[in-house]
Design a protein around this ligand. Structure first.
Ligand code: PGA
Ligand code: MG
Length: 227
C-alpha cells in the first residue's frame, strides 16, 4: 500500500463509507412502491442503486433500471412519498460501519481537518449525522443539494477545499463508489476507498483508487508516513 502523506483536508463520503444506510433507504423505497401499488424492489437492488442522490434512486426504483426515465407525473408523486417516508425513518436502522468512530477519533487526534461530502440531500444528511453521533467531527458538510451538481462532478470537493482554504492537490477524499473516485480525480484530490461500501455491485478496485482499506482505522498509518 502506498503512503499518501499528511493531507491538508480530509473529505469523507457518508452512505457506504461511514454509514450502512441501505436498510432505511430500501424501507422507504418499498413503502413508496407499495403506496404506488407497484412491486417492492428489496434491499439487494437498492444496495446497487444508492450513491447518486435521492432523485436517481427514486427513478431507478420506479423503472427497475439504472438510467431509465420514469413517467414524469409518476416520478413527482413518488419523490414526494419517498421524501416523506425516508425523512421520518432515515436513522431507524442505519448503522455505522465497524471502526468508523474510532477512525474519526484517530484522524481528529492527528489534528486533521475533516469535512463530509455526500450526494444525500441536506435535509436527510444533517439529522442522520447527528442521530449517529457524527455531527461534531466535521467542519463542513456538503450535501447532494448544496450545489446544483453532485459527485462525480468535482464541484462539491472543490467547494469544500475553497471554503476551508485547502489545496485540492494536498487534500484527500475517502469514499466507496466510482462517483467518489471520478470526482476526486477531476478535482485533483487523492482518493482512498473502503472495500465494504456500495459501488453499484462492482469491486471498487476496478476504479484504481490510490488505496483500498477495510476500515477507517487503517487510515492513520497511511497518512502519517512521509509522502
Ligand atoms: O446517493 C446518496 O443519496 C448518497 O450517497 P453518498 O453519501 O455515498 O454520496
Ligand atoms: Mg457512498
Amino acid at each position: 500500500m502506498i503512503a499518501l502523506g499528511r493531507p491538508e483536508l480530509v473529505l469523507i463520503d457518508l452512505d457506504g463509507t461511514m454509514v450502512d444506510s441501505v436498510p432505511d433507504l430500501s424501507y422507504a423505497v418499498d413503502r413508496m412502491m407499495d403506496e404506488l401499488e407497484m412491486p417492492a424492489r428489496g434491499e439487494a437492488k437498492v444496495r446497487n442503486w444508492v450513491g447518486n442522490g435521492i432523485e436517481r434512486l427514486v427513478k431507478r426504483a420506479l423503472t427497475d433500471d439504472m438510467e431509465a426515465e420514469p413517467d414524469a407525473e409518476l416520478y413527482v408523486r413518488a419523490l414526494d412519498i419517498y421524501t416523506r417516508v425516508y425523512g421520518a425513518n432515515n436513522a431507524a436502522n442505519s448503522r455505522l460501519y465497524p471502526g468508523v468512530l474510532e477512525g474519526l477519533d484517530a484522524l481528529r487526534a492527528m489534528g486533521l481537518r475533516l469535512a463530509c461530502v455526500t450526494n444525500k440531500a441536506g435535509r436527510f444528511t444533517l439529522p442522520l449525522l447527528s442521530a449517529l453521533g457524527l455531527d461534531g467531527y466535521f467542519e463542513l458538510v456538503v450535501a447532494g443539494d448544496t450545489l446544483p451538481v453532485k459527485k462525480p462532478d468535482p464541484a462539491p470537493l472543490l467547494h469544500a477545499a475553497e471554503q476551508l482554504q485547502a489545496s485540492p492537490g494536498l487534500s484527500l477524499m475517502i469514499g466507496d463508489s466510482r462517483s467518489d473516485v471520478k470526482a476526486a480525480r477531476a478535482a485533483g484530490f487523492a482518493i482512498v476507498c473502503v472495500s465494504y461500501g456500495y459501488n453499484h455491485g462492482e469491486d471498487i478496485r476496478l476504479q484504481q483508487p490510490d488505496a483500498v482499506i477495510d476500515s477507517l482505522l487503517e487510515l492513520p498509518p497511511l497518512l502519517s508516513k512521509a509522502a
